[in-house]
Write a protein that binds this ligand. Structure first.
Ligand SMILES: Cc1ncc(COP(=O)(O)O)c(C=O)c1O
Length: 348
């Protein structure tokens, strides 16, 4: 990449190995179930997550909406966090497409939902209420700093869901970052979930796609929903070939991105006019605030970084002085050092 792009890990380009695998991928018609590369990616993803089956979908948003539409009917309710990507950044799709009523709970600073709040949110059997069907968690929890959610917490929510006959869906867009940070497996983090969607096209560098995993019966229904959304792709093996490298190779190196995030965070925290909680830097995201007394405005900082240093970083959507920097495959330690030098000059 010719710029140092911290805006997101979605900006990652495919690796040279991915491009080669894509060029040589065996393909077939995936709507007929005949694309061998897609079939391999789905089976391998399901195995890595400890589930029976997988479904290749176009995006993380599509994985989440298919899960919600598969678990819930119209007028049903799903419980999720106020800061969840599914609530904030997916165009209200569960309500718009599925008539699903979101029941929003405040999140704790570590990205979890209090268990007693979830319990209170589960509706009794009363014709005045929507029927509670689904609980959704996000791991890592992006909006609070990319914090990984432990298997123990997920197990506690899973137990609560089962006690009330509900399903648990994990938006595991960055589940492999969580596994790397917690030094565990993605399967352990997914164990108590009925479904999970993870992204191939964020820190794992594939150009397109996510995989939704769950039981065979769940995925069979999810395939129908995918088709109804126009998400049945044909020779998608070209994309799945990159996805296979994502799950086999790129999942193994995420600790490098986490180390670079720490390097960046420690360097920024030592600078004047930067407010940063180092305790929250646990995966590949660094959130920090530009203090009111800084010699440069957030807009000037963004502009100068881009124009004078070819560094892309910007305030987090919905915030004016809070920035989010995301590390990924294309950001190396020398890029972090160059970035810290630029900040030193701009904040002097
Ligand atoms: C936590 C989380 N879930 C889901 C998504 C949606 O992924 P996509 O952009 O592929 O639709 C994102 C995207 O950034 C995300 O951060």
């Amino acid at each position: 990449m010719n710029v140092i792009d911290f805006r997101s890990d979605t900006v990652t380009w495919p690796t040279p190995e991915m491009r080669e695998a894509m060029a040589n991928a065996a393909v077939g018609d995936d709507v007929y179930g005949e694309d061998p590369t897609v079939n391999e990616l789905e089976a391998e993803s399901a195995a890595i997550l400890g589930k029976e089956a997988g479904l290749f979908v176009a995006s993380g948003t599509m994985g989440n909406i298919i899960a919600a539409l598969t678990h819930c009917g119209r007028g049903d309710e799903m419980i999720l966090g106020r800061e969840a990507h599914m609530f904030r950044y997916e165009a209200g799709s569960s309500a718009a497409l599925g008539g699903i009523h979101p029941h929003i709970l405040d999140m704790q600073p570590d990205g979890t939902l209090p268990l007693d709040a979830i319990r209170r949110a589960i509706r009794g059997d009363d014709e005045h209420f929507p029927r509670t069907r689904l609980i959704c968690l996000e791991n890592t929890q992006g909006t609070v700093g990319g914090i990984p959610i432990t298997a123990d917490y997920t197990a506690a929510v899973g137990a609560l869901a089962r006690e009330h006959g509900l399903k648990l869906h994990l938006d595991g867009a960055r589940i492999f970052n969580a596994a790397a940070a917690l030094d565990t497996t993605a399967a352990a983090l997914a164990q108590d979930a009925d479904s999970l969607s993870f992204c191939l096209s964020k820190g794992l560098c594939a150009p397109v796609g996510s995989v939704l995993v769950g039981s065979k019966a769940f995925i069979a229904q999810a395939r129908r929903v995918r088709k109804s959304l126009g998400g049945g792709m044909r020779q998608a093996g070209i994309l799945a070939a990159a996805g296979l490298i994502a799950v086999r190779v790129m999942t193994q190196r995420l600790h490098e991105d986490h180390a670079n995030a720490c390097l960046l965070a420690e360097g920024l925290a030592a600078l004047p006019h930067i407010r940063l909680d180092l305790g929250k830097v646990q995966t590949n995201m660094v959130f920090f605030d530009l203090a009111d007394d800084a010699p440069i405005s957030p807009e000037q900082l963004t502009e100068s970084l881009a124009r004078d240093y070819q560094i892309l970083m910007r305030p987090y959507p919905g915030h004016t002085r809070r920035f989010r920097a995301v590390t990924h495959y294309w950001i190396k330690p020398e890029h972090v050092q160059k970035t810290l030098a630029a900040f030193r000059e701009l904040l002097a």
